[in-house]
Structures are given as structure tokens and as C-alpha cells.
Design a protein around this ligand. Structure first.
Ligand code: WQD
Length: 341
């Protein structure tokens, strides 16, 4: 139960895919989330869905984080004790075509949030980073000590720069930050009320699978089967979005326990297990009994062969681990897709 004057957790991008699931987890853990979202890549009906799932009224502001004055009114009106910053553009291919849009949006939004946190003396920030910062790691599973590789896209570079901005800012201010490096988030809330809503043809594997099974796409193309992996297709660490959401709650609790002002640490958030594209396809067919037309196509530019997480640091320090299986994530994603019909 949340008390009426419980300090708020500001969730930028809180109506988006990972943000909305995190809002549910925050409420379940007794926090009071306040959403800031411009609904540029999400639907306003997510707010009602969140209220339906949680049975709580959800506070939200329709606002672009680039609007510094607008964001300032939120900090002035709410007593904010921490921030989870999701708001960002995230389409890798689009970022190659429109790099300035990505640099301006993703970096200025973060800078606006940080300047207001400083002004209103808010210490704790959880930042959405990505496993993309590792590129193709030299060793697997990849741990947080692994060197960051040159970014393959402006999107990926905004995550590397975002991390560096936070490391620099934490050194010289009261700011404390956890950088969560997400592996491949998939799935949906088991209620089928919230999930991922890609605009146009999906770029990511699981949204493409479920739209193909639903008849919205003719066939899935597997991007290459000549990689140096057991079945020739790329390997990723697919994590259920509800597990990922819970990692944010644990990160926030972890920050609140810190005594040093300059704390800044990165954590891998994955399952620790790699699955190939063909394994994902087979698991989907087996679990849902749906037909899934697919064909093998050429490699996609920029894809790494294999990446999966070492999750020991998150297990030990955040007291968190993924509990849900690939099969469960695919069934939940399929339930969500069916609810859209
Ligand atoms: C997974 C695998 C594809 C689509 C990307 C971003 C990353 C993060 C998550 C966040 C790969 C293959 C895919 C298809 C396929 N972004 N595939 N056919 O590339 O690991 O990570 O999303 O916001 O930064 O780079 O995820 O789901 O696109 O691909 O064969 O139609 O599925 O080649 O091996 P990726 P993905």
C-alpha cells in the first residue's frame, strides 16, 4: 500500500514498453510512480490499462523531456525521490538515417533530467542502457568489466555517451546512478493488457514473429544461418519484460541503501542464457501451436554473432535474477498480440 504523501519516482517514458511494465512493478513494491511521456511512441490508453492492472490512479504528465520548462513544473509540483529515465528514441536503423535526431533527443533529455535533479536535490537515477555497448564481446558470457566496443549505430552511441555522462556527473555531485544494460527484452504483462507496440514493420525478432503468426506479415526472414553458432543463427539473451521491470525496482532500492554520494555502477540485466533465432522460432511454434512461415535470408548489417550476459553482479548486488523462461515470454507476447485484434 502506498501512502498519499509517499515521495514520487519519476518515470520518464513510463508509457513505453519497458516503462509501463516498470510502473506496475513499482506500484506492486509500494512506490508511487509519476509518468512523464510525450506518447510519441506509445498510446495514451496505456495509462488506463495500468490503472486496470494495479487498481491505482496513475499520475502522468504529457510532456517531451526536451521541454525543460515543462519538466521543471513536474519537479516543482511533485516531491520526487528518484528517477527512472527511459525516455529515448530506440530504433537502431532510424538512428543511422537520422543521427542528429537521436543525439539531440537522447542526450538532451538526459541532460535536462540531470540538471533538474541537481536543482531539486534528487539523488537517485536508474538509467536505461543496453547490451549494445559491448558490440561483439571477446568473451562469453559478457560481464560488466568487458571493454565497450565502438558503437554500431548512433542509437548505440547515445547509450555509451549517456553512461559516460552519468559516470562524470556522479564523480562531482551528489548524484547516484545505476546503469542497467538490458539484453533483449521480450514478452508482455501476463494480463495481456500492456506490451510492445511497434510503429510500422517491427525491426525486432519477437514482434516480427507474433505479427507473422497473426497474419499481419507474410513471413519472417531469419537474418543469416551461416554464423559460427551450433545452428548457424545468431544467439541473444532474451529477457522477459516483467523480470526486467523488477530489476528497476531492485536498482532503486539498491541506490536508496547507498551511503556514498558518487555511486555509479553498471549491471547486466539478462537471463545468463543464450538462444539462437531458430530456437526462438521453434519454442514459439511449440508453445503456441501457431504456424509461422519463415525463410532464411542474408545477414543483417551490424548484427553480432552471439551475446549473452553474465548476471552474477546483479544477482549478488541487486538481489535480482530472471525468473521467467523464454517459453513464458513468448506465450505472454502471443497473448498480447491476440488482444490487439
Ligand atoms: C535478434 C536476432 C537478428 C528480426 C536490438 C538492438 C538493441 C536493443 C534490442 C533496444 C538477431 C534476428 C531479427 C528479424 C531475424 N535495442 N532477427 N529476423 O539486434 O539483438 O538488438 O534490439 O532498444 O540495441 O540492437 O535484437 O530482436 O532485432 O534481433 O532473424 O526479422 O533476431 O538478426 O540475430 P538485436 P533483434
Amino acid at each position: 500500500m502506498t501512502l498519499p504523501n509517499t515521495p514520487a519516482i519519476l518515470v520518464t517514458g513510463g508509457a513505453g514498453f519497458i516503462g509501463s511494465h516498470t510502473v506496475v512493478s513499482l506500484i506492486e513494491a509500494g512506490f508511487r510512480p509519476v509518468i512523464v511521456d510525450d506518447f510519441s511512441n506509445s498510446s495514451p490508453n496505456v495509462i488506463q490499462r495500468l490503472e486496470q492492472i494495479t487498481g491505482k490512479a496513475i499520475a502522468y504528465y504529457t510532456l517531451d523531456c526536451l521541454d525543460l520548462q515543462g519538466l521543471k513544473t513536474v519537479f516543482a509540483q511533485e516531491t520526487i525521490s528518484g528517477v527512472i529515465h527511459f525516455a529515448a528514441h530506440k530504433a537502431v536503423g532510424e538512428s543511422v538515417q537520422q543521427p542528429l535526431k537521436y543525439y539531440r533527443n537522447n542526450l538532451d533529455s538526459l541532460l535536462n533530467v540531470l540538471s533538474l535533479m541537481q536543482e531539486y536535490q534528487v539523488q537517485d537515477l536508474v538509467f536505461s542502457s543496453s547490451a549494445t555497448v559491448y558490440g561483439q564481446p571477446d568473451n562469453l558470457p559478457v560481464d560488466e568489466q568487458a571493454p565497450l566496443k565502438p558503437a554500431e549505430s548512433p542509437y548505440g552511441f547515445t547509450k555509451q555517451v549517456g553512461e559516460q555522462i552519468l559516470r562524470d556527473a556522479c564523480k562531482v555531485s551528489a548524484l547516484r546512478s545505476v546503469l542497467l544494460r538490458y539484453f533483449n527484452p521480450i514478452g508482455a504483462h501476463p494480463s495481456g493488457l500492456i506490451g510492445e507496440l511497434p510503429l510500422g514493420p517491427p525491426n525486432n525478432l519477437v514482434p516480427y514473429i507474433i505479427q507473422t503468426a497473426a497474419g499481419l506479415r507474410e513471413r519472417l526472414t531469419v537474418f543469416g544461418n551461416d554464423y559460427a553458432t551450433p545452428d548457424g543463427t545468431c544467439i541473444r539473451d532474451y529477457i522477459h519484460v516483467v523480470d526486467l521491470a523488477q530489476a528497476h525496482v531492485q536498482a532503486l532500492k539498491h541506490l536508496q541503501k547507498q551511503t556514498e554520494a558518487s555511486y555509479c555502477e553498471a549491471f547486466n540485466i539478462g537471463t545468463g542464457k543464450g538462444n539462437s533465432v531458430l530456437e526462438v522460432i521453434q519454442t514459439f511454434i511449440q508453445e503456441t501451436n501457431q504456424g509461422l512461415p519463415y525463410t532464411i535470408g542474408p545477414r543483417r548489417a551490424g548484427d553480432v554473432t552471439a551475446v549473452y550476459a553474465s548476471v552474477q553482479k546483479a544477482e549478488k548486488q541487486l538481489d535480482w535474477h530472471a525468473e521467467r523462461s523464454l517459453a513464458q515470454a513468448l506465450v505472454d507476447a502471443w497473448r498480447w498480440q491476440c488482444s490487439l485484434k
